[in-house]
Design a protein. Structure first.
Lengths: 484, 451
C-alpha cells in the first residue's frame, strides 16, 4: 500500500514535540532577516512514529534475512554495538571539548588505531575518513603529496585493474591523476606482462583490491607489488574485501604501502541504508607523516600509577584535514566493541567462516551457474546469470526472482569484466541452513528460467512495489514532495 | 557468538567443497605471511565488553556533567526520544544502499522526504541525499563550481568567516588540482561584515564565492550585495548554513544563493564527539545535473503504483568511473533519516520554537556577559543568531581552565584559528541552556576574573 509523504500527512496546528517557553527577556530579530514562512509539515508524535514504522517495513534488511550482496559484506550487526556507541559518556561529548575532559574517547581512538595497525600490518592509521571512498581519496592524496614532496612531479599515472570498483578511477581522477587501466589475465589475476609495460617513470601508483572483486586472491601479489616498487610507485590496497584476510594475512606484510578499511563491512558497523560508513586509512612507515591532521597519540607517557595522557598530534607532512572533527566517532566505538569481542584468538575465525561459507555456496551452485574463473574463491564469488538455452534471461531477472524467495539479490552487473555478473558474498554470520535454502532457490530459478521465463521477467511478485520505471524517474524528474 | 557453525556443519561443508580442513582454503596466500600471530588482547564476552566500554565512556566528562557553551560547528540540541527509537529499527539501520528499489521503499521514501524538507528549509530547488558532513559538503561545492565552469575559472573565494575546518578540508580536497586556487580567507581580506574586501576580489576568473550564514562568529550578514557582485561576474555563490537558524532566518534560496550546504548535525543528531554527522547540500534547478551524490526521484512500478528510485545515477562513479566529478559512493543514510524524523516531529511550530529559543537565550547570555567589567562583545551591534564573540580581559586558555572548576565548558578559543581574535571566546547557546545556566556562567566569570 502506498504510504503518503510526511507532507501529505500534515495537518495545520499539530506538533510532535513541545519546548519550554523562553525564560529570558524577549529580543526582536531584525525584520530584514526574519523568514516569512516555514513550510514544514505538522504532525503529532504518533503520526510520525507510525509513518516511519510503516515505511521501514517496506525495507529488506540483514535483521530480516540473507543479504549476499557481493563486495558489501552484509554481515550481522551485533546489537551490543548499538548500546555501547550510545553510552551518554560517548554520545554527549562535544568534538571541541578540551582533551583532558575526553580521555575516554581519545583512549578508545588511540587503541583502535593501534589494533587496526596490528591487524593489517601497517605503521600508522588515521580514523578521520568518513567512508571507503573517502579513505581512497585520503590515500591517493597521500600518494600525490609523497611524490610532489620528492620533486617527482612527472609521476602522473595511477594504474587500476579492470575489475576495480568505480570509486578507484573516480578517486584518482579527482586527485589530479591520469587513470590507466590494467587488464586481468585468464586466471583473474593482474596481467603481469601488461603491468611490466606500464611500470615507468610516470607511474605514481597502483590501486589493487585483493582479494579482487571476483573474490580471487591475486596469486602474484608479491610480484605485482615488487614491480610497482621497483618503478618507484606506491601500492594502494582497497580494503573492501578485507573480511577474507582477517588474521589470515596482513596486507602490510605483503608490501602494500597504503590501505583503507571499511569499518561498515569488515568490522560489523551497520550500513544504515547507505551510510554512515567509516574508512580509516593505514600507511607504511615512510608515509606516516603524510596522514591527515590530526592523529591521536600519547602526549605524556603514564607512570606506574598514572595512565598516559592522550591527545592530538600533527603529522609533519600531512595532506591536511579531510573531514570536520574526529571522524565518525560513533562508528569507531562500534568497531572497537567488535574487535574487543573477537580478540587475537577470534579474529581469524571471521575470515575462515566467511571463506568457508563462500566456497560451500559456490560448490552448491557452480554446476548450474557458469563460473568464469574456475578457482577456489575467498569470501565471495562471481557467476554468470545467463544460459544459452534460456534466451532473454538476464542476471537482473534472476536477481529480482530471488526477492520472491525472500532473499536479497546478489550484486549484479559488477565486476564489469564478467557478462551478466552475479556477485555473491554470504559472509561468516550465515548458517548452513540459510546457505542451503539460498542455493535451493538459485537452482529452482535456473529451472524456472527454462520452463517459465515470464516468472523471472515479471519478478518480484510479492514485494511492496514491482519493477520500477527508472527511465521515467530520470526523464520526468520529481525530486521533492509538493508543499504541505 | 556471531558465527553459527557447529563442528558438524563445518565437516559437512568441507566435504561438499572437497578439502580436508578450513586452513586448506587459504593455500593461495604466500606461506611465509599466512596466519600471523596478532598482538591483540584476548576476546571479551558481551558482558565484559559492555563493562569495559562503560568504564571508557565514564572517563569522559560529557555535556551531561558539564555545562556546555562550545559550539563552533556542532551544537548541543535536545533530541526527542522518538528519533532514536525509530533509528533503531533493524529495517532501517541494517539495510544497505537502496539499489533494489522493490525492497528498499522505506529508505527511498525517507530520502525523498529528506530532500523535500531540506529544500523547504533552505529555499532551494533540489537537495541531494547528503554528503558526509559540512566540511566535505564545502569541498563538493567547490568541485561542483569547478565543473560548472568547465575548469575555465580558477579562482575560488572563501570568506575568512567560513568555518576554519571547512576551509581546511576544501584545501585538502583540491590539493591535486593545479587549476584551483583557494583565496579570500587571508587576514588582509579580513572578517569585516561589509564584505567589501572580498567583493573587490570577485572577477571574471572567479568560479565561486563561499560565505557562511550565520557565519563562524554567529553573525547574520546581508549577503545580497556580495551575491549581486558575484552573479554580475558570472560566479556562483555557495552559502554554508546552520539549519537551526533557518527556523527564523530568511533562507538563502530567497536571496540568490546557487548552492546551500552545511552541517546537518543540529537536526536531531547527537554530538558523539564529532560524528557521524550529515552534510546538507542543495542547489538551484540550473545546477541540478551538476550535483554529486545520490538523488531519489519519484516514479511508478510496473503496476502503475507510486514508487521511489535512485535517479540520474549516470552522474555517479560506479557508471562514469574516472569521468565522474566526485568519488562519493555513500550518503549519510541513517543521519539523513534522523534529521527527517527530527524535522517531522518538531514540525513548523516546534522547529521555529527551537530556533527562537536559541536566538533569545544567546542574546540574554551576550548581554549578561558583556555587562561584566572587562568583558566586551566583539561585533557588538551586528545581528547574530545563537553564537557570539566575547573579548576576555585574561588569556582565554586560563579563563577556560578556571571555568572548568565550576564544571563549565566556557566556549571555543578563537585565537587558535584567528590571530586577530587572540583573547576572544566564541560562545554558543542552545535551547538546552536555561536562564539559570547563563547566570551561573555570568557569576563564575566574575569570580574567576582577576584585576
Amino acid at each position: 500500500m502506498t504510504e503518503p509523504t510526511i507532507f501529505e500527512l500534515s495537518s495545520p496546528g499539530r506538533q510532535g514535540v513541545r519546548f519550554p517557553a523562553s525564560d529570558v527577556p524577549e529580543v526582536e530579530l531584525p525584520a530584514a532577516f526574519r523568514r516569512k514562512e516555514l513550510p514544514l509539515p505538522e504532525l503529532a508524535e504518533i503520526d510520525v512514529v507510525r509513518h516511519f514504522t510503516r515505511i521501514s517495513q517496506k525495507n529488506y534488511a540483514i535483521d530480516l534475512g540473507f543479504y549476499p550482496l557481493g563486495s558489501c559484506t552484509m554481515k550481522y550487526n551485533p546489537k551490543i554495538n548499538e548500546v555501547t556507541s550510545r553510552l551518554p559518556g560517548f554520545a554527549l561529548t562535544h568534538p571541541l571539548q578540551p582533551e583532558d575532559t575526553v580521555q575516554g574517547n581519545l583512549y578508545l581512538m588511540y587503541t583502535l588505531q593501534e589494533w587496526l595497525k596490528e591487524i593489517v600490518g601497517f605503521a600508522g592509521v588515521t580514523l578521520q575518513p568518513a567512508a571507503g571512498a573517502h579513505g581512497e581519496l585520503t590515500g591517493v592524496l597521500i600518494i600525490q603529496k609523497y611524490h610532489a614532496d620528492r620533486g617527482d612531479t612527472q609521476r602522473t599515472r595511477i594504474l587500476i585493474p579492470d575489475s576495480a570498483h568505480g570509486t578507484n578511477p573516480a578517486t584518482s581522477a579527482m586527485s589530479g591523476f591520469e587513470v590507466v587501466h590494467l587488464p586481468s589475465d585468464a586466471r583473474g589475476n593482474v596481467d603481469l606482462e601488461a603491468l611490466k609495460g606500464l611500470c615507468d617513470e610516470n607511474l605514481a601508483g597502483l590501486m589493487l583490491t585483493n582479494p579482487n572483486t571476483l573474490g580471487l586472491f591475486d596469486e602474484n601479489v608479491t610480484q605485482v607489488i615488487e614491480l610497482v616498487h621497483a618503478a618507484g610507485g606506491l601500492v594502494y590496497g582497497d580494503g573492501a574485501n578485507l573480511n577474507a584476510l582477517l588474521g589470515i594475512v596482513r596486507p602490510g606484510d605483503l608490501g602494500f604501502d597504503i590501505m583503507h578499511l571499511n569499518l561498515h563491512k569488515t568490522f560489523s558497523t551497520p550500513h544504515g541504508g547507505g551510510g554512515p560508513g567509516s574508512g580509516p586509512v593505514a600507511v607504511c612507515q615512510r608515509l606516516v607523516e603524510y596522514l591527515p591532521d590530526p592523529v591521536v597519540a600519547i602526549v605524556e607517557p603514564g607512570g606506574e600509577e598514572l595512565p598516559p595522557l592522550y591527545g592530538y598530534a600533527h603529522p609533519t607532512k600531512s595532506i591536511g584535514r579531510v573531514k570536520s572533527f574526529n571522524g565518525h566517532f560513533g562508528i569507531l566505538v562500534r568497531a572497537y566493541t567488535y574487535i574487543a569481542m573477537h580478540g587475537r584468538d577470534g579474529l581469524s575465525n571471521i575470515a575462515k567462516k566467511s571463506v568457508l561459507n563462500a566456497n560451500y555456496l559456490l560448490a552448491k551452485v557452480k554446476d548450474t551457474y557458469h563460473l568464469p574463473y574456475d578457482r577456489r574463491c575467498m569470501h565471495e564469488f562471481v557467476v554468470e546469470g545467463q544460459w544459452a538455452d534460456a534466451p532473454g534471461i538476464r542476471a537482473l531477472d534472476i536477481a529480482k526472482r530471488l526477492i520472491d524467495y525472500n532473499f536479497h539479490p546478489p550484486t549484479n552487473y559488477f565486476p564489469l569484466i564478467v557478462h551478466e555478473a552475479l556477485m555473491i558474498e554470504p559472509t561468516e554470520t550465515e548458517s548452513i541452513e540459510t546457505l542451503d535454502a539460498f542455493a535451493d532457490a538459485m537452482l529452482k530459478i535456473a529451472v524456472e528460467a527454462r520452463e517459465n521465463p515470464e516468472l523471472l521477467h515479471e519478478a518480484p511478485h510479492n514485494s511492496p512495489v514491482g519493477r520500477c520505471d527508472e527511465v521515467r524517474a530520470a526523464k520526468q524528474l520529481i525530486l521533492r514532495a509538493p508543499k504541505a | 557468538m556471531f558465527t553459527p557453525h557447529t563442528q558438524k556443519d563445518v565437516e559437512v561443508m568441507l566435504k561438499t567443497i572437497g578439502v580436508g580442513k578450513v586452513e586448506d582454503l587459504f593455500t593461495e596466500i604466500p606461506e611465509k605471511y599466512r596466519f600471523p600471530e596478532l598482538k591483540l588482547p584476548t576476546s571479551l564476552t558481551e558482558m565484559e565488553v559492555a563493562d569495559e566500554l562503560e568504564s571508557i565512556a565514564n572517563a569522559n566528562g560529557s555535556t551531561k556533567s558539564l555545562l556546555n557553551f562550545i559550539g563552533a560547528g556542532a551544537y548541543d540540541h535536545y533530541v526527542p526520544a522518538a528519533v532514536d527509537m525509530l533509528l533503531r529499527r533493524g529495517e532501517f539501520y541494517t539495510a544497505y544502499t537502496p539499489y533494489q528499489p522493490e525492497i528498499s521503499q522505506g529508505t527511498l521514501q525517507a530520502i525523498f522526504e529528506y530532500q523535500s524538507l531540506i529544500c523547504e528549509l533552505t529555499g532551494m530547488d533540489v537537495a541531494n541525499a547528503s554528503h558526509y558532513d559540512g566540511a566535505t559538503a564545502a569541498a563538493e561545492a567547490v568541485i561542483l563550481a569547478y565543473h560548472h565552469h568547465k575548469g575555465k575559472r580558477t579562482k575560488f573565494l572563501l570568506s575568512r568567516a567560513v568555518n576554519p575546518q571547512y576551509r581546511e578540508v576544501v584545501r585538502t580536497y583540491t590539493r591535486g588540482s593545479k587549476d584551483i586556487t583557494i583565496q579570500g580567507d587571508d587576514p588582509e581580506t579580513g572578517i569585516d561584515s561589509s564584505m567589501e574586501k572580498l567583493i573587490a576580489q570577485i572577477d571574471a576568473n572567479t568560479a565561486l564565492v563561499m560565505v557562511q550564514y550565520p557565519d563562524f562568529f554567529g553573525r547574520v550578514i546581508d549577503y545580497k550585495p556580495l551575491i549581486e557582485a558575484a552573479h554580475n561576474a558570472g560566479a556562483l555563490v555557495a552559502v554554508a548554513v546552520n539549519p537551526t537558524a533557518l527556523g527564523v532566518l530568511t533562507p538563502p534560496g530567497e536571496f540568490g544563493a546557487d548552492i546551500v550546504f552545511g552541517e546537518g548535525q543540529p537536526l536531531g543528531i547527537p554530538l558523539s564527539y564529532g560524528g557521524p554527522y550529515l552534510g546538507i547540500f542543495a542547489v538551484t534547478n540550473d545546477l541540478l545535473r551538476k550535483i554529486s551524490g545520490r538523488l531519489v526521484g519519484e516514479t511508478v512500478d510496473n503496476a502503475g503504483r507510486l514508487a521511489y528510485v535512485l535517479t540520474l545515477t549516470a552522474r555517479e562513479q560506479h557508471i562514469r568511473r574516472e569521468k565522474a566529478s566526485s568519488n562519493i559512493c555513500t550518503n549519510q543514510g541513517l543521519m539523513a533519516l534522523a534529521s527527517t524524523i527530527y524535522l517531522s516531529l518538531l514540525g513548523k511550530q516546534g522547529f521555529e520554537a527551537v530556533s527562537n529559543l536559541c536566538f533569545q537565550k544567546a542574546h540574554y547570555a551576550a548581554k549578561q556577559i558583556s555587562s561584566i567589567q572587562g568583558y566586551t562583545q566583539v561585533f557588538s551591534g551586528q545581528p547574530f543568531f545563537h553564537e557570539f564573540v566575547i573579548r576576555s580581559p585574561q588569556p582565554v586558555e586560563h579563563l577556560l581552565e578556571d571555568l572548568r572548576a565550576y564544571d563549565i565548558l566556557g566556549g571555543y578559543d578563537l585565537g587558535k584559528d584567528y590571530p586577530e581574535l587572540e583573547g576572544c571566546l566564541l560562545i554558543a547557546v542552545t535551547e538546552k541552556i536555561g536562564k539559570e545556566d547563563i547566570d551561573l556562567l555570568h557569576d563564575a566569570l566574575i569570580e574567576v576574573t582577576h584585576d
